[in-house]
Design a protein around this ligand. Structure first.
Ligand SMILES: O=C(O)CCC(=O)C(=O)O
Ligand SMILES: [Fe+2]
Length: 315
């Protein structure tokens, strides 16, 4: 039994009932000054978890700006300091279920937050990826800003199904803007899942923006009436997924300043938020500048999963 841990939930399922089902992410601060070792660690683990890599004050500034935006949108409980990001009772985040509204919301929060742009796309992060890729770095212009209220986290998936039209070396950077206890719920990674690409072959080959031209819903997808028929989720039951693929779910009680990097074929999800606090994090994407790029995520207003991204196929 993981006796010292609180209940850790994902999609309502308890993850930490036994030690062979849940554990902590391996830290990679020991290989940060040796790029060959860092690449080796990434190949071995499918992720890099580096606590305290970023300046906490800079991360906090980003949080201040987002908290202010949420307050202006009327989503925070006015009885608490804005910076605590306590969700107002009844504040409806339902619009995030629609991928187009979610994209607009994330893009506007990210674009107006200069501190976020600076933190993610200049300085230490870019230097780290330059060393890691041994190349100039290009990042997606779109930033995924997650303001997760009480409730289920993100279901298990690989990022490949959302952004695989460019570089195979694309990496995700996940950054927490707050100290995130297990009850607030941050990102988790399925141990060894990046080596399961044969088992996951059919899943990994899919692209959420491809649609079947010869199916009845094709017209609605083409016209934009419905965003997609499949949202990219690998499984909404993290326990059966783990039982099938093996490995433990790995996570951490993140602190402001920590970073987590992972590849396109690493299975991940996030823990449920059991508290009234919003969980704030971003995910952003980086690749070698000389590789092709997935055009869906480029430009002032990236098309994302919108109409212009859809590709017909015969099923
Ligand atoms: O933060 C989350 O809930 C999900 C993040 C994610 O899927 C990612 O970083 O790729
Ligand atoms: Fe993801």
């Amino acid at each position: 039994m993981n006796a010292t841990l609180p209940r850790i939930l994902a999609h309502g399922y308890e993850l930490n009932a036994t030690e062979d089902s849940f554990g902590e992410l391996r830290r990679s601060d020991d290989v940060m000054t040796d790029m060959a070792a860092l690449r080796g660690r990434f190949a071995e683990d499918g992720y890099l978890y580096v606590p305290g890599f970023l300046d906490r004050a800079e991360v906090h500034t980003v949080r201040e700006h987002v908290a202010e935006t949420l307050a202006q949108k009327g989503l925070l409980d006015p009885a608490y300091p804005v910076i605590d990001m306590v969700k107002k009772e009844g504040a409806d985040m339902g619009f995030l279920a629609d991928p187009w509204h979610a994209m607009e919301y994330m893009n506007s929060i990210a674009k107006q937050n200069k501190a976020m742009q600076r933190l993610l796309y200049t300085g230490r992060i870019i230097r780290l990826f330059e060393g890691f890729f041994e190349d100039k770095v290009r990042h997606f212009d779109f930033t995924w800003v997650r303001t997760m209220g009480k409730g289920f986290g993100t279901d298990s998936h690989c990022d490949n199904v959302y952004m695989s039209r460019g570089s195979s070396r694309l990496c995700t950077l996940w950054v927490p803007y707050g100290d995130i206890s297990y009850e607030i719920g941050g990102l988790m990674i399925l141990e060894g899942s990046h080596r399961q690409d044969q088992v996951l072959k059919n899943y990994l080959n899919r692209d959420v923006d491809k649609y079947c031209e010869n199916r009845p819903e094709a017209e609605k997808i083409k016209s934009g009436e419905i965003p997609w028929t499949w949202g990219g989720v690998l499984s909404s039951n993290p326990c059966t997924l783990r039982a099938n693929l093996g490995g433990r779910w790995l996570s951490a009680e993140y602190r402001m300043g920590d970073i987590l990097i992972f590849g396109m074929k690493t299975v991940h999800a996030s823990l449920d938020n059991q508290t009234p606090y919003f969980r704030l994090s971003t995910d952003s994407r980086y690749q070698p500048a000389s590789d092709p790029i997935d055009e869906r995520w480029i430009g002032e207003h990236p098309v994302g999963h919108g109409r212009g991204a859809k590709k017909p196929m015969i099923c």
